[in-house]
Design a protein around this ligand. Structure first.
Ligand SMILES: Nc1ncnc2c1ncn2[C@@H]1O[C@H](COP(=O)(O)OP(=O)(O)OP(=O)(O)O)[C@@H](O)[C@H]1O
Ligand SMILES: [Mg+2]
Length: 1107
């Protein structure tokens, strides 16, 4: 099956005509109108055959997107609307597939968009050619060479904010697959005069502004620069800032691009140092100084700047200073040195700055070439892109315009040559007869300029080399002599000038009638610019620089290689490089992009017809159309032609089976197109006049409309039928579904009614059965109940009978037993005595008691008086006996225990017994005293020699000798005293000395008082009025209170036969001298731990705190 493919053509949806070759009628007005119409519709590209005219839109258009790239990729040139991408694609594909080297020549005046076009071509090629890490790096380097060159070679001019001030030709090299390998850039004639002076409203080269705006403070300091444009004479100030241009950002872009291209850091730095040196050179100023010989000599005004330059370039300051003051001329063996006046010094300075900068630029180009050079030696395919200044016609045209226009003449020539050549070749290829084409050949103008014997450039060189005074005027005179007869040369002085009286031709001017128009050149500066003189002293000074880059820029400064021959002039250099370029271009297949600037205002949407008309003229565009149309205006391969027009003939529509050429022949015959209007080539049909093509197009359009109607008709019929069929099918489906639904519903109804009836019948049946079952159940239940009652009655009857029987049997047994007893008693009464019962009773009792005692004997507890064990009683009637026995046993074992005691022990126990009677359950201290043996004489007065005196003083027996605390009556504090109790007296003595302090006869002791608590305080009350009572009662405290009180009680009883009153109370009165003081015991003072404390509160109260 044939693949469905949508074939489009340039002829579809055309605005105006897409190819100027098709313009009818062809004249300047229609040409401009067509361009304008297309421009107004955003169609900035128009073809002249395979030449692309590009009108600068001055605004971004959405026609360069990656999608557009894809659209144009691998499409035929005439398939889509005109575009620079179509041309790029065509060039790239014929390079890749047909192995033809290509060149793309971009021309146009300043600001027409040449540089942008060249970048678009490069970016398109980069987008469609091979990919891969290595290839991408090459692409990136090629693309990034642009920003570097633009920074150094472009400047803002009145015509263009980014005007290229040099011509550029770049060869991009590809391998057999079409992958880029590298490139070579050639540069032409940098406008170096711009370095030292810029026309009004224009700027110096971008790099100066970028450096000052974008460099870091550190870098600026290093370069001894200031960020202020106004500090530098070489920078014009009136237009230092360009709208929409960020110099600082661009500086970063340039540095980045340099890095990508492969500049080492030190190289980039050296470059910036040279730029800085150029900038600073402009600030060197000179002043006149009179010399003895009356001549003026120049001197440097301020040496500071010079010093900084010398530091930057590492040149000996004196060497440079001298180079600015002297000029040495060497001829053969002679060397003559002359001083420079101020004007010459300025000239020298500017020449140095210009040379330094232009050489730096050439060095940059070479350095970039080194980086982007193809790395392999395999055969390369080449695509050259030429972005060169277009024809320039200004008010003041000087040497530069002359050179530029010469270059354009050459390009036009090559264009004519190549176009005609190709046309001719195509005719031969296609086997079509060649007819002569009438066109203007500009070779004659080229000859006027470049002829080696009498060409203008040769004359200029001759003048420059001639000894004697040479001025621009002498040069003009020479021209007047040599070129006067040339039909394209005019000057006021020229003898054959037809404009002798024409005042429009001023003095010191000559006019050349270029192919693109007449240009008037000012002869002033021609000689100088051609000479391009740099004093040898300066180049030598530069060569001596320690800065390796600067040194390498001035190889002629090396004294060892001194060359007395003059360097080639600027004109001859340019001529040579143009010749090389032309040679290069001639070997390649040319592709043209002609750029047109629509207005002078750099503004979008403005199309100035006068300006465009001017450009059309000097670009020779009408000429181009004519050349292109010389034979046949339109040609097309047979296949696409047949494809496009086959609907115009019944035989070819819709399918033509056979060769395409035969189809086209049938078609053209059928359409009755006159034979002279077309020719059949080998692969193409050639149409002589655009009219024929338009007729075909009109017919096609008409036919397409008819076809459209036909298609519409068939389509509508098809659509209706399909719709009808669909409706019918749907109706059947719907009916089927509906019937099914209705039947379903009916069935459901019947089913549910059946179910209802069924359920009623089943219910009725079930109820009937239930009734029967219930009746049956009731009958069964009644029978069971009756049976149960019946069985109950029978059982009860039986029970009653059995009970009756048992009672009778029992009664019989009882009666029988009584009867038997009566019989036995009657029988045995005569055998028993009357007191036998009592005797048996006593005997039995005796046996029991006997058994009790015998058992007790074995169960006796221990002999310890404190043993509480006693065996349990065996019979209740022995209770009192058992208790009595226990008591007697206890008394007995106590007696046994006591019998063991000695007399002394007996006395102690008596005392303990006495104490128990006195204090048990009365004083809390008592229980703790039970375990303590009463010792009485704790202090061994007899033995201790310390108490000898005391012992001697006492004759009686000592019952108690112990240290007690005597409570001070006044404050409650205690002092230790020896407490002695004898048979008759109570004595108190000093503890240390043993001296007797008080002596109280026991008869004077009336009472002893103490608390009920756990303390050792006690008061000894004395008889009122007795001698001992003069100070009052005593209050003591002792650890042996119980023993002391007991012994005091017993001694008093035995001596006085009176019981000593012992009062146990927590509050008692004592007599201290005249006062009755209450001693009060309170509980709970924990201050002094376990020790009771005593305190006299007032004269009525003494408080003892017991813990
Ligand atoms: N295709 C385009 N689309 C949008 N703007 C464009 C296009 N071509 C050119 N321009 C605008 O026009 C300006 C000038 O273009 P360009 O620098 O290419 O001119 P030129 O022909 O190289 O001039 P010169 O001879 O001075 O170098 C560009 O800076 C850009 O703003
Ligand atoms: Mg440019």
């Amino acid at each position: 099956m044939a693949k469905m493919e949508v074939k489009t053509s340039l002829l579809d949806n055309m605005i105006g005509v897409g190819d100027m070759v098709l313009l009818e009628p062809l004249n300047e007005e229609t040409f401009i109108n067509n361009l304008k119409k297309r421009f107004d519709h955003n169609e900035i590209y128009t073809y002249i055959g395979n030449v692309v005219i590009s009108v600068n839109p001055y605004r971004p258009l959405p026609i360069y997107s990656p999608e557009k790239v894809e659209d144009y990729r691998n499409r035929n040139f005439y398939e889509l609307s005109p575009h620079i991408f179509a041309l790029s694609d065509e060039a790239y594909r014929s390079l890749r597939d047909q192995d033809k080297d290509q060149c793309i020549l971009i021309t146009g005046e300043s600001g027409a968009g040449k540089t942008e076009a060249s970048k678009l071509v490069m970016s398109y090629v980069a987008a469609v050619c091979g990919k891969g890490a290595e290839v991408n790096q090459v692409k990136e380097q090629l693309l990034q060479s642009n920003p570097v060159l633009e920074a150094f070679g472009n400047a803002k001019t009145v015509r263009n904010d980014n005007s290229s001030r040099f011509g550029k030709y770049m060869d991009i090299e590809f391998d057999f697959k079409g992958d880029p390998l590298g490139g070579v850039i050639s540069n032409y004639l940098l406008e170096k005069s711009r370095v030292v002076k810029q026309p009004r409203g224009e700027r110096n080269f971008h790099v100066f502004y970028q450096l000052l705006s974008g460099a870091s403070e550190e870098l600026l300091n290093k370069l001894t620069l200031e960020r202020d444009f106004s500090r530098y004479n070489y920078l014009s100030l009136d237009s230092a800032k360009v709208n929409g241009v960020d110099d600082a950002a661009n500086f970063r872009t340039v540095r980045n691009a340099m890095q990508i291209v492969g500049f080492m850091d030190h190289e980039a730095e050296s470059v910036l140092e040279v730029v800085a040196a150029v900038l600073k050179l402009g600030n060197i100023e000179f002043k006149p100084e009179s010399r003895v010989n009356g001549l003026d000599e120049s001197k440097i005004k301020d040496k500071n700047e010079l010093k900084e330059i010398c530091e930057l370039t590492r040149i000996d300051q004196s060497v440079l200073e001298r180079a600015f003051s002297f000029r040495t001329v060497e001829a053969k063996q002679e060397k003559v040195s002359t001083t420079l006046n101020v004007a010459q010094a300025y000239y020298a300075r500017d020449a140095l700055a210009k040379n330094l900068y232009s050489r730096l630029f050439s060095w940059l180009v070479n350095r970039i070439n080194e980086s982007i050079k193809a790395q392999t030696k395999v055969r390369k395919k080449v695509m050259g892109v030429l972005d060169i200044y277009g024809f320039e016609i200004f008010e003041d045209n000087s040497f530069e315009q002359f050179i530029i226009n010469y270059c354009n003449e050459k390009l036009q020539q090559i264009f004519i040559e190549l176009t005609l050549k190709e046309e001719q070749e195509e005719y031969v290829r296609e086997g079509i007869e060649w007819t002569h084409i009438d066109y203007f050949n500009n070779a004659i103008i080229c000859d006027l300029i470049e002829n080696n014997t009498n060409g203008i450039l040769a004359m200029l060189d001759e003048e420059c080399l001639r000894p004697g005074t040479v001025t621009d005027e002498t040069f003009l005179e020479k021209l007047n002599q040599v070129c006067a007869t040339h039909q394209h040369f005019e000057s006021r002085m020229s003898k054959s000038s037809r404009f002798l009286n024409d005042t429009s031709l001023p003095h010191s001017c000559f006019r050349i009638q270029h192919y693109a128009g007449k240009v008037l050149y000012q002869v002033e500066g021609f000689v100088d610019k051609n000479n391009d003189l740099l004093y040898r002293d300066l180049s030598q000074a530069m060569w001596k620089a320690g800065h390796s880059l600067i040194k390498s820029l001035f190889p002629e400064g090396n004294p060892a290689k001194i060359n007395l021959k003059r360097p080639p002039t600027a004109g001859s250099q340019f001529k040579a490089s143009v010749a090389t370029l032309m040679k290069n271009l001639q070997t390649k297949n040319p592709n043209y992009i002609r750029c047109i600037k629509p207005n002078d205002k750099k503004a979008a949407h403005i199309f100035s017809e006068a300006l465009v008309c001017h450009q059309i003229r000097y670009l020779g565009l009408l000429e181009s159309v004519r050349v292109r149309r010389a034979g046949y205006a339109f040609r097309q391969a047979y296949e696409p032609c047949l494809e496009r027009y086959k609907m115009l003939c019944k035989q070819t529509w819709p399918h033509w089976k056979g060769p395409a050429r035969a189809g086209v022949e049938v078609l053209f015959n059928e359409l009755e197109i006159p034979m002279e209007e077309y020719s059949f080539g080998r692969s193409k049909i050639f149409i002589r006049n655009p009219r024929t093509l338009f007729k075909l197009e009109d017919l096609r359009k008409q036919r397409l409309e008819d076809l459209a109607t036909l298609i519409q008709k068939i389509y509508r019929g098809w659509k209706c039928r399909t719709h009808f069929l669909l409706m019918r099918k749907s109706q059947i489906v719907i009916a089927a579904w509906y019937r099914r639904y209705a039947q379903q519903k009916r069935y459901q109804q019947i089913k549910s009614s059946t179910l209802v009836i069924q359920s009623y019948i089943r219910g009725w049946k079930a109820r009937k059965i239930l009734r029967e079952l219930k009746h049956q159940k009731r009958c069964e239940e009644a029978a069971t109940t009756i049976a149960a009652y019946w069985h109950g009655t029978q059982a009860r009857r039986e029970l009653k009978r059995l009970k009756e029987e048992a009672r009778r049997k029992h009664a019989v047994a009882v009666i029988w037993a009584y009867w038997l007893g009566l019989k036995v008693r009657r029988e045995y009464r005569k055998f028993f005595r009357a007191n036998a019962g009592k005797k048996i009773y006593e005997f039995t009792l005796q046996r029991i008691v006997q058994k009790y005692f015998l058992e007790m004997k074995n169960k006796m507890p221990s002999l310890s008086p404190i043993d509480k064990n006693w065996p349990p009683r065996p019979y209740l009637f022995l209770d009192s006996t058992h208790k009595e026995l226990k008591r007697i046993f206890h008394l007995w074992r106590c007696k046994k225990y006591r019998d063991q005691f000695t007399d002394q022990q007996k006395l102690i126990y008596e005392e303990k017994l006495e104490a128990s009677e006195l204090f048990k359950d009365k004083k809390a201290l008592y229980p703790s005293s039970v375990g303590q043996p009463f010792q009485g004489a704790y202090l061994e007065i007899n033995k201790n020699p310390k108490y000898k005196k005391l012992k001697d003083a006492i004759e009686e027996k000592i019952i108690i000798a112990e240290v007690v605390n005597k409570i001070n009556r006044a404050n409650g504090k205690s002092t230790s005293r020896i407490f002695l109790l004898t048979n008759n007296n109570l004595l108190l003595a000093d503890q240390k000395s043993g001296q007797i302090k008080s002596e109280v006869p026991l008869v004077d002791v009336t009472k002893v008082s103490m608390s009920s608590q756990n303390d050792g305080f006690f008061a000894v009350h004395l008889k009122e009025g007795s001698e001992a009572a003069s100070k009052g009662d005593f209050l003591f405290s002792s650890d042996h209170l119980i023993e002391m009180a007991t012994k005091l009680y017993r001694t008093t009883l035995s001596q006085t036969k009176q019981k000593l009153n012992i009062e146990i109370s927590d509050e008692f009165l004592v007599q201290f001298r005249q006062d009755k003081v209450c001693v009060k015991f309170i509980q709970g003072n924990q201050k002094n731990g376990r020790v009771p404390t005593c305190k006299r509160k007032n004269n009525r109260l003494l408080e003892v705190a017991v813990p």
